[in-house]
Write a protein that binds this ligand. Structure first.
Ligand code: BTN
Length: 275
């Protein structure tokens, strides 16, 4: 794994894309102390305040796996578990997951993940004399970006009811000042990507999430709760039961109808508030 640390960047996902197009290798990680144009899912922006948050992205170039769009949710889900492990290790708290990939502390969001599938532009490597590098690198790559609130205290009004940070949650749980001061952004980042590398290589063996399903479900806050499914064909309510091998949410609609819903197609919301 190759780590690059920057003071400031527009977005670590954008920076990874620029590096990918220059031919950087699989498992290159870019982290920044602050982002000026951080991006969230569904076109939202993402703020990464200087010195108190983590903004980090990784470049992966899967060689064997046929990366169809459908695989992205699986990779995002295993990333959520890698982050969850690192957050639990650093805080000593038990974290939760809101399907598909928001990591929570005390039912509030502490981390967001943005996974993007990208294609190399036709003129990438045009300056290289050795065109075999293009073949080696493949013409598709994936960027996974992670934002974690480590010691953030103030959040913008729109998100302040649903966001938290590692230090706020530790305080609420009665952890000592000394324990909170030990939070190290660098070691959390390294831990996240070491965990990721392990889970990702396990995933590549089969392409499914069975190896991680039990752990994921043990932290899934939606389990057993009613969710509102925002389907393009109409909204409905259902009970969340767990996930399948592909990371789809298994739900029960009414008395006896079971469905598996895909994060690329629908969104779920808690019936009462964020979770
Ligand atoms: C979400 O909306 O929940 C996803 C947020 C992802 C934010 C991270 S911060 C590092 C990386 N760079 C970005 O511009 N976005 C991701």
């Amino acid at each position: 794994m190759r780590y690059i640390f920057l003071d400031e960047v527009d977005s670590t996902n954008n920076e990874i894309k620029r590096l990918a197009e220059k031919g950087y290798e699989d498992m290159t990680v870019v982290s920044a102390d602050s982002q000026t144009a951080g991006r969230g899912r569904l076109g939202h922006s993402w703020t990464s305040p200087k010195g108190t948050s983590i903004a980090t992205s990784i470049l992966i170039r899967p060689e064997k796996l046929d990366i169809k769009m459908i695989q992205l949710p699986r990779i995002t889900i295993l990333t959520a578990v890698a982050v969850l492990d690192a957050i639990e290790h650093a805080t000593g708290l038990t974290a939760g997951i809101k399907w598909p990939n928001d990591v929570l502390l005390h039912d509030k969001k502490v981390c967001g993940i943005l996974t993007e599938l990208c294609f190399m532009p036709k003129d990438a490597f045009a300056h290289q004399s050795d065109y075999s590098i293009l073949h080696k690198a493949g013409n598709k790559y994936i960027v996974i970006g992670i934002g974690i609130n480590v010691t953030v205290r103030d959040f913008p009004d729109e998100i302040k009811d649903m966001a938290t940070s590692m230090s706020i949650a530790m305080e609420q749980a009665g952890k000592s000042k000394e324990e909170i001061e030990k939070l190290s952004r660098r070691s959390i980042i390294e831990n996240v990507w070491t965990n990721f590398s392990y889970y990702y290589h396990e995933f590549l063996k089969t392409g499914n999430l069975n190896f991680i399903k039990k752990k994921y479900e043990s932290r899934l806050v939606n389990i057993g709760r009613m969710v509102k499914v925002e389907d393009p064909n109409g909204e409905y309510e259902a009970k969340a039961l767990g996930i399948d091998y592909a990371g789809k949410l298994l739900i029960k609609v009414g008395e006896d109808e079971y469905r598996a819903i895909d994060s690329g197609e629908v969104h779920v919301r808690g019936l009462y508030g964020y979770v």
